[in-house]
Design a protein around this ligand. Sequence first.
Ligand SMILES: [Zn+2]
Ligand SMILES: [Zn+2]
Length: 288
Amino acid sequence: MIDLHAHTTASDGSLGFEELVAEAERAGLKALAVTDHDNVQSARKITGHEPLEVIPGIELSVFDHTLGYEDIHIIGLYINPEHAALNSKLNSLGREEQKKATVAKLNELGYSITYEEVKAKSQGVVGRPHIAMVLMEKYPAEFPKMADAFNKLLARGRPACIGRESGFGLGEAIDLIHSAGGLSFLCHPFIYPYDSEKLAKDFKKLGGNGIEVYYDYVANRPGVPITYDENDALKGKASALAGKCGLLESGGSDFHGKGKRGHQHLGEFGAPDGVLGKIKAALGRSEK
Ligand SMILES: [Zn+2]
Ligand SMILES: [Zn+2]
C-alpha cells in the first residue's frame, strides 16, 4: 500500500517529519507523500529513506474568484521543495493574516480570544484547529469538542469562516506545481459545495493531472456521516470521473496524526501500489 496524502507538524499534523516517516516504515508502506498545507518545511527534509519512497508534496488551498471556487485543495506530488518561485509564493500567502482576521471576527461575535493564544497552541503553521482549541479551553460548555467549534463558527459557511483572499487561483496553483516539477491532483473531490464533474473538468482544462480517488470520507469528515458502502461508491464515482476527464488517480489517508480527526495510524488506509506506477510514468512524460 502507498499513502499519497499526509501532514506533519509543519502544517496541522501532530507528528514531526521524522516521526511520520518512522510510522510509515513501521506500517510497511511502499511510498509516502508529505503534503503539508501551503508549506514545504517537512518536504525539504526528505533524504534517502529506502526502501520507503518519501515523495515531496504540498497541499495548496485555492480561492478562485473568477471560477467561483472557494477553498479547493490541490496536491502537488514530486515537487522540488527548493524551487524558488514556489517558496517565494508560499511565503507571501498570508495564512497568518487570514487567521488574524478569523480571530478579529470571533472577537466581533463576542468571543474573547487573542491571536497570541492561538499561536501558542501551534508548533508551526497556525491553523483553524488551533483557534478551535482556544475556544474549547475558554468556552468549554459551548464547545466541548473541536467539532462543535467548527460546526458553529469555523467551518465553511459558518460566521467566522474567513476565506484567504491572497490564495491561489486554480490555474495558478496548477502552474506553480508544474513549474516546481510536480504533478497536480484535485483532492477529496466530494467535500466541496460544487458540482464535482464541472470542477474536475475545469481542473483538467487548466492543466490538472489527476484526482484523489482513494479517500476515506468516513474517517476524515465525521461531520458528514456516511457509511463505508457509500465511501466505496464515492471511490467508484471518482474513478469514473478520472476516466471520463483523462485524469490520473491518486489517494491517501489525509493523515494528521494521533489526537487529530481522521486515522490515528498510518497504514490503515491508502491507495494500491499500481497508482504510483502510473503517476511516475506520467511524470516521466512531463519531464521530456
Ligand atoms: Zn484537504
Ligand atoms: Zn490534507
